[in-house]
Design a protein around this ligand. Structure first.
Ligand SMILES: [Zn+2]
Length: 382
């Protein structure tokens, strides 16, 4: 039985006293820096309201207007806005409160810092309150029609993961990217009413373990048991050690099959730097505690190739080999993989959370199931 999650929802002072935490560590930096654009020489900018363009280094206002529709372009001397040279390589575009700034037709809350990089490309970073960020990512990760308790559980998970990334990337120019390498972020246009409500209803709530934020990993479907994070990454975190999950059977990829030709597998192995001329057999030689393929042996005409299940899945494609919880058999000119679940399997099983919520569990119970031993605490947002 998982230990109960203690729940602290109180002020900074009470939080620090109750948990022995440095609450200020949670309170100080609630603005996340999201890289929304890079490798571009020209960006369309639209602002339907008053805004300023400020030089990042000096804080001087370079330009102000009541609205704009112009291109921000790269020039050897600096950035150019419309036909106005800004005499700066590093600017902040800040709308008045409630005025969103659109870059390449995507609308963002908060401010946008655009920098001319040494290679001549422009990089733009959206600095935004983490609560608004969570509202801007959720729709790309879950359905807003899901039960409210599932949405609340996800809001806590997304927020925790975002804040964890902020701690990790303090010294870097940005905390997260807006693509699949972080959490997919769509800005203001990606917000949905029920999700925003769930974010507001859990405002500031994060998962901690031993007085530190956890990397709150999540995935689509575990297929029966979640994975120990230590099997994939260099980390040992009690709440991420893996759990039995009897909840995700309704998921579209609770079970899946993939038939892959031997020559396709060979091509994927070669692309990853492994030798491959022909494949005679594929054997899972060891499994993790959650029955996922840990080490795989590929036999052919030469020396057998050994690689991890994680690498094998990455080489063949995460949408082909949907999880490493699979069996493999020879079939015709290729192999059939019969698997369970979709994703790396660590942390929250999203379809499990959906089924638990449908069955009447609260978001606190859902979080307790997938991150046992964690505490649900509140960081001070404002
Ligand atoms: Zn599951």
């Amino acid at each position: 039985m998982a230990p109960a999650i203690k729940r602290f929802v109180c002020s900074v002072v009470c939080l620090a006293a109750a948990a022995g935490l440095s609450a200020a560590a949670f309170a100080a930096d609630t603005a996340i820096r999201v890289r929304v654009l890079e490798a571009s020489r020209s960006v369309s900018v639209e602002i339907a309201g008053a805004f300023s363009i400020i030089d990042q280094a000096s804080g001087h206002v370079l330009y102000q207007a009541a609205g704009a529709s112009a291109r921000l372009t790269s020039d050897p001397q600096g950035l150019v806005f419309g036909n106005r040279r800004l005499a700066s390589r590093d600017i902040v575009i800040a709308g008045e409160p409630a005025v969103a700034v659109s870059l390449n037709k995507r609308s963002y809350r908060g401010t946008l810092r655009c920098t001319l990089l040494p290679d001549g490309n422009v990089r733009c970073i959206n600095t935004i309150n983490v609560e608004a960020y969570v509202k801007g990512i959720a729709i790309r990760e879950i359905s807003h029609y899901w039960p409210k308790e599932a949405l609340r559980a996800h809001a806590v998970v997304f927020r925790t993961y975002a804040l964890y990334q902020m701690r990790q990337n303090k010294a870097n120019p940005f905390d997260v990217t807006s693509d699949v390498y972080s959490q997919v972020y769509g800005g203001k246009d990606a917000e949905r009413y029920r999700i925003s409500e769930a974010v507001d209803e859990t405002k500031g709530e994060v998962l901690t373990y031993r007085q530190a934020l956890i990397p709150a990993f999540y995935h689509s479907t575990c297929g029966g048991a979640t994975e120990d994070a230590g099997e994939l990454w260099d980390m040992r975190i009690g709440p991420l050690a893996g759990q039995i999950c009897p909840y995700c059977q309704e998921a579209p990829y609770y079970r899946w099959k993939a038939q892959v030709k031997a020559k396709t597998i060979c091509r994927a192995l070669r692309a990853g730097g492994y030798p491959c001329a022909e494949i005679r057999d594929i054997t899972v030689i060891s499994r993790t505690a959650s029955s996922r393929a840990k080490e795989i042996k590929i036999g052919g005409s030469g020396q057998p190739v050994l690689l991890s299940g994680k690498t094998f899945r990455a080489l063949l494609g995460a949408d082909v080999i949907r999880s490493t919880r699979f069996q493999v058999k020879r079939a015709g000119d290729g192999f059939v993989f019969s698997g369970e679940g979709w994703g790396h399997g660590v942390g929250l099983c999203q379809w499990g959370a959906y089924a638990m919520a449908k069955g009447g569990s609260t978001y606190v119970e859902i979080l307790q199931q997938y991150y046992p031993g964690t505490q649900l605490e509140t960081y001070e947002t404002f």
